[in-house]
Design a protein around this ligand. Sequence first.
Ligand SMILES: Nc1nc2c(ncn2[C@@H]2O[C@H](COP(=O)(O)OP(=O)(O)OP(=O)(O)O)[C@@H](O)[C@H]2O)c(=O)[nH]1
Ligand SMILES: [Mg+2]
Length: 221
Amino acid sequence: MSAQPRLVEVRQNALKRNDLLARALRARFREACVRVVSLVSSPGAGKTTLLEKALAHLRPRCRVAALVGDLATENDAARLARAEAPVRQITTGTVCHLDAAMVERALAGWDLVELDLLFIENVGNLVCPASYDLGEDLRLVLMSVTEGEDKPLKYPTIFNTADVAVLTKIDLAAAVEFDRAAAHRNIQAVRPGMRVFEVSAKTGAGMEEWLQFLLLRVADH
Ligand SMILES: Nc1nc2c(ncn2[C@@H]2O[C@H](COP(=O)(O)OP(=O)(O)OP(=O)(O)O)[C@@H](O)[C@H]2O)c(=O)[nH]1
Ligand SMILES: [Mg+2]
């Protein structure tokens, strides 16, 4: 019998199972030529607001859809559906992250070949989502200026498992005396070379550059 505590063993098995499912999902996405971009952040950092703008902007240019995870409510799906793109809500109950099985179930009945780009908004949480591969091509970690510049240092794993960082609510930077240089320094300290965008979904600042980056990622598929 293993000396490993049972809880750790169960958790490791769940992660292994998730990795296998995520690998199968990634292969499915690749075969259908759909790019998948996930968003992780603390609650309220601005994932849905950013996605609302992104869906409205991208919809005339490419075929976009979104899955959105929350513990409860269909609120975010209702907000995103205003862009008239296909949207599905995943409610997780007590679970603090999405996993590959939830994504797979939410895709039931969708013909992936009909899509160019699929967004997945994860449950707002800076810890749990880091361990779960969803089969995405690109993971964005959002950090709003109101959260403080030290978040990358306190939650390094979520930054380490993401590909790109987005500093959100940049319109509020002056009001909260956000130290831009410190934020960039902290991101680079935990994830050297990470690409960082600064955006405001409210004023539109930085949105064009970020959306161009996404469109290029879709085009180079
Ligand atoms: N000033 C300002 N407020 C913003 C911006 N983006 C989002 N907000 C506000 O921040 C709050 C939370 O935004 P959401 O988009 O719901 O955040 P979220 O990350 O999707 O939240 P959860 O799904 O609950 O984790 C809302 O009141 C938004 O209006 C921004 O660029 N500037
Ligand atoms: Mg949201």
